[in-house]
Design a protein around this ligand. Structure first.
Ligand code: PMP
Length: 427
């Protein structure tokens, strides 16, 4: 039972005391007061199946008892800054995290968020190479601080205020891109940027493995290997942003970049790393990490004992509960069923993604690919009323983003399909 303030009161306070830039989903926004595994509960005790936890991002399920226990236990013992003293939790977590990465990627810097992780990664690339130019991909999201904002190429959302030293490459989007699924053709643009827009040397390249905010866009096959090759030739470092696609979400692999057959120089992560608590990380090789002895870097709370205790518990839960396997099995089933829905509903232009990171793009005309912007809002509201929460994204805001907790079951997937089917039938 919830006796706290109701939605109307919260909205009133928000409008007076919180930033006007804050937004929410749904005509009547939800006041979510509790979470348990794949479910959320509103102020009236109504239960919702959460198929958009990935944004928070809850990998092992909301308030997973093991993670809560680890956080509470550590909070009782000690919460402090990461700098100045020793504490074993941060070292234990770094060791466990490093064991999940290939090759020589084993030196970890902790941060409080994905933005901070990418800021640090960009700085490391610039320090290591002595170059300033960074290439990111259009439609990407990497953060919203001074260094990352330029790499976030989301002009529709009006994120971009500064664009110093960053070039945006053509997005290898198999659905809307000019070259379809021919990844190597898109990569030519990376070469042209290097040739026409830089000295010939670059600091690096940053990309998601599957674009999240951009609408679950799987980069065309062969794009990343080709782009990485060109960047390395130009002396740059390749940064994989695993903030959304990491931590077993894509099912077939633990990290999104592994599905592209590349090994980055730097990997950044956040969201799923802490099952909802503020935590991020940058992982690189000992050789590259060495540049941070030339320029000092510290972070008061990045990797603090409470957050890293939570992170360690998350890794253990993912392994013990075989969540990667679950993401693969349930995700494949869900994707198949979404494809069947596509056969039934003309409004579904594309179904894409991997594991439990799936996207459904709505269009009013399949030939023209006209974004169904109004329809998606209506369908989302309908789905919410039937007890299922999905996200929304993409350049035109017309893509359902389906990123549930990794404990999602086949029955949950079937329920989601049933509800989406009804919502789309009613349009
Ligand atoms: N990278 C990606 C791929 C993201 O999706 C996000 C957040 N949506 C970020 C970085 C930034 O993370 P944060 O909001 O924790 O700063």
């Amino acid at each position: 039972r919830y006796d706290g303030p109701k939605a109307a009161e919260i909205l009133q306070k928000r409008s007076e005391f919180l930033s006007p830039s804050m937004f929410y989903f749904y005509k009547k926004p939800l006041n979510i007061v509790e979470g348990k595994m794949q479910y959320l509960f509103d102020e009236e005790g109504r239960r919702y199946l959460d198929a958009f936890a990935g944004i928070a991002t809850v990998g092992c399920g909301h308030c997973h008892p093991d993670v809560v226990e680890a956080i509470v236990d550590q909070t009782r013992r000690l919460q402090h800054s990461t700098v100045v003293y020793l504490n074993h939790v941060i070292a234990d977590f770094a060791e466990a995290l490093a064991s999940k990465l290939p090759g020589d990627l084993k030196v970890v810097f902790f941060t409080n968020s994905g933005t901070e992780a990418n800021e640090l990664a960009l700085m490391i690339a610039r320090l290591y190479t002595g170059c300033h130019d960074i290439i990111s991909v259009r439609n990407a999201y990497h953060g919203n601080a001074a260094g990352t904002m330029p790499t976030t190429a989301q002009f529709n959302w009006k994120f971009n205020v500064v664009q110093s030293g960053v070039h945006h490459a053509v997005n290898p989007d198999p659905y809307r891109g000019a070259f379809g699924s021919e990844g190597e053709k898109y990569a030519r643009d990376v070469q042209e940027i290097i040739e026409f827009g830089t000295s010939g040397n670059v600091a690096g390249f940053i990309s998601e493995s599957i674009q999240g905010v951009g609408g679950i866009v799987e980069l065309a096959p062969d794009y990343l290997p080709a782009a990485y090759k060109l960047i390395k030739k130009a002396g740059g470092l390749c940064i994989a942003d695993e903030v959304q696609s990491g931590f077993a979400r894509i099912g077939s692999h633990f990290w999104g970049f592994e599905a592209h057959g590349v090994v980055p120089d730097i990997v950044t992560m956040a969201k799923g790393i802490g099952n909802g608590i503020p935590l991020g990380a940058v992982i690189t090789t000992p050789e590259i990490a060495q540049v941070l002895t030339r320029r000092n870097y510290f972070n008061t709370f990045g990797g603090n004992p409470v957050c890293t205790a939570g992170g360690l518990a998350v890794l253990r839960v993912i392994d013990r509960e075989r969540l990667q396997e679950n993401a693969f099995l349930v995700g494949s089933h869900l994707k198949d069923r979404l494809k069947s829905l596509q056969d039934k509903h003309d409004i579904i232009g594309d179904v894409r993604g991997r594991g439990l990171m799936l996207g459904v793009e709505l269009v009013t005309d399949r030939e023209q690919k006209t974004p169904a912007r109004a329809e998606i809002l209506h369908a989302m509201d309908q789905m919410k009323d039937m007890g299922v929460l999905v996200g929304k994204g993409g350049f035109y805001g017309n893509v359902f983003r389906i990123t549930p907790p990794l404990c999602f079951t086949k029955e949950d997937a079937d329920f989601l399909i049933e509800v989406m089917d009804i919502a789309l039938s009613r349009l």
